[in-house]
Design a protein around this ligand. Structure first.
Ligand SMILES: [Zn+2]
Length: 249
């Protein structure tokens, strides 16, 4: 059986459409808040900072171990050179060949010590750089975390405002819907789902306010002659056409 509804019920369908349109706009607004994308960007940035921080901390701790190793290498060479020098100074070694060998070793050890000290300096410099990187990244981490937290708060406040409005509109919408025949609502909801959120439209100045296409004269005549409780549909978009005093039929 064809769906029918009194003129008042059909008019109420336009009120319902008004609420549904506002609700759709709010859903778009909520999903498109720039704070959502900005917070996502900051989360990505924070993730990258944390990864670089772990890498810098690992590098710094590796370099610290290398530095300790380099210090111990230098100490070994220094203490061996000292022992050689003490032997030399003690006069215990008198054989010319052995003396020459001892002096040669002291010379070699001095060169080796200089090389190892250069390496140690390089490692110390690299360690300081890594430590500085850790310090900088820790500061960035704190700064970005604070920025993200402020932004997330703004975003959540905006969500709460929109949700409050949505709840209020939804309860008003439900009240209207509850006063309308179930088959009318079912038809309206189905068309709304197929037609970008608009299920019912006013006829105004001979055109459908849903698709804004002019309804041809013959069709207008048919609508004019329909019983008041019959449901008119747009030939173009199939939306429910609501006739009111404003329609100018
Ligand atoms: Zn239409």
């Amino acid at each position: 059986m064809a769906v029918t509804a009194s003129p008042d019920q059909q008019k109420a369908l336009l009120d319902l459409q008004g609420f549904d349109t506002k609700l759709l706009q709010l859903a778009h607004k909520r999903a498109g808040l720039p704070e959502i994308a900005a917070a996502q960007d900051l989360e990505v940035e924070l993730g990258s900072i944390k990864m670089r921080l772990v890498a810098a901390q690992t590098e710094a701790s590796d370099l610290k171990l290398n530095q300790l190793k380099a210090e111990s290498d230098v100490e070994q060479v220094v203490s061996r050179a000292r022992r050689d020098q003490e032997r030399l100074d003690s006069g215990a070694v008198s054989a010319a060949k052995e003396l020459e060998s001892l002096q040669h070793e002291i010379g070699t050890l001095a060169k080796r010590q200089a090389e190892l000290e250069d390496i140690e300096l390089e490692i110390m410099q690299a360690y300081e750089n890594a430590q500085q990187a850790v310090t900088d990244l820790l500061a960035s981490e704190i700064e970005t975390t604070e920025k993200l937290s402020t932004l997330a708060q703004t975003r959540d406040d905006l969500f709460a405002d929109i949700d409050f409005e949505v709840n209020s509109l939804t309860s008003q919408r439900t009240e209207i819907a509850n006063g309308l025949p179930a088959d009318l609502i079912a038809l309206y909801d189905k068309i709304r789902a197929d037609q970008g959120g608009v299920g019912a439209a006013l006829i105004h100045r001979g055109s459908c306010q849903g698709c804004h296409i002019t309804i041809d004269a013959q069709e207008i005549d048919q609508i004019r002659n329909m019983p008041a409780d019959a449901i008119a549909r747009c030939d173009q978009c199939r939306r429910i056409l609501v006739r009111t005093a404003e329609s100018g039929l």
